[in-house]
Design a protein around this ligand. Structure first.
Ligand SMILES: Nc1ncnc2c1ncn2[C@@H]1O[C@H](COP(=O)(O)OP(=O)(O)OP(=O)(O)O)[C@@H](O)[C@H]1O
Length: 257
């Protein structure tokens, strides 16, 4: 598999506070990377770096070998745990909005043939995530699982190559989570996505990922906790490409140091 994203000696610092230090890793196209680590380790910061919402204070991030642009392009989509969808828009309008913004950045409105095309694409995407019968429902009329399906449709309708998931299933019941796991693995394969998912659920990380990346501090100074940042302390490739469960770990590949 070819390298899609490369982190080269990446640091994130706020003033004298180091959040991420010396991060060196490659992410292969088509991989499903689960990112785990304690609270505050910098997992969301890691996603923001890929999204282009945040720039490294030192080091570089390359996409296809070219430095990542500082803004979020259509090649990257994101789904958060909550509040990804607009409450005042129906499922269909929520999903169309991304296409409207991309094609008509000033008014976010399309007309005639281009509007019909966007409507068809949004409808097909909603069908792909299992919301084909809920096109005209508003988020308040949907369950948490349905809202997350909608958020995924909204992210995927622009056909990103990279899908970033920040604890996307954290607020869902266990039964719904299992359905969402099956959905996301199906979409990952069908749309040939590269997925980077932050999760606090270690089982979810191993069930879904082709690779589990653990971010944490390698060094601690109890008198100055801000002095050291997190980095990839474990980087585990899994033999987990097509079968959802059970995952298996290649023991010889533990650690990247
Ligand atoms: N804009 C900012 N200014 C200063 N500190 C920040 C800023 N954004 C994040 N941080 C700090 O960076 C650290 C990492 O935050 P981040 O949200 O990436 O952690 P996380 O691993 O995703 O945490 P959690 O699992 O609790 O969501 C935290 O200590 C946070 O307070």
């Amino acid at each position: 598999m070819s390298t899609l994203l490369s982190f080269r000696d990446v640091w994130v610092e706020y003033g004298d506070r180091i959040i991420i230090e010396k991060l060196d890793l490659d992410i292969a196209a088509g991989s499903f990377v689960s990112v785990v680590g304690p609270s505050g380790a910098g997992k969301s910061s890691f996603l923001r770096l890929i999204l282009g919402q945040e720039a490294p204070t030192r080091g570089s991030i390359l996409l296809d070998g070219v430095p990542l642009k500082p803004e979020c392009g259509p090649d990257r989509g994101v789904v958060f745990q909550r509040y990804s969808v607009f409450p005042h828009l129906s499922a269909l309008r929520n999903t169309m909005l991304g296409l409207e913004c991309a094609q008509s950045p000033f008014t976010a409105r399309l007309f005639g043939r281009s509007r019909r095309k966007a409507e068809e694409e949004a409808t097909a995407m909603l069908e792909a995530v299992g919301l084909g019968h809920s096109l005209h429902l508003y988020p308040a009329q949907m369950s948490g699982g349905m809202q997350q399906r909608l958020a995924i449709a909204q992210a995927l309708v622009k056909r990103p190559r990279i899908l970033l998931l920040d604890e996307p299933f954290g607020a869902l019941d266990p039964g719904i989570r299992a359905d969402m796991h099956a959905l996301i693995r199906g979409l990952w394969q069908e749309y040939a996505l590269t997925i980077v998912m932050v999760t606090h659920d270690i089982r979810e990380a191993f069930t879904l990922g082709t690779r589990v990346l653990a971010l944490d501090k390698r060094r601690h100074d109890p008198h100055a906790p801000h002095r050291f940042g997190a980095t990839a302390i474990y980087d585990l490739p899994l033999r987990n490409r097509t079968e959802p469960t059970p995952p298996s770990i290649t023991i010889d590949a533990i650690g990247n140091n």
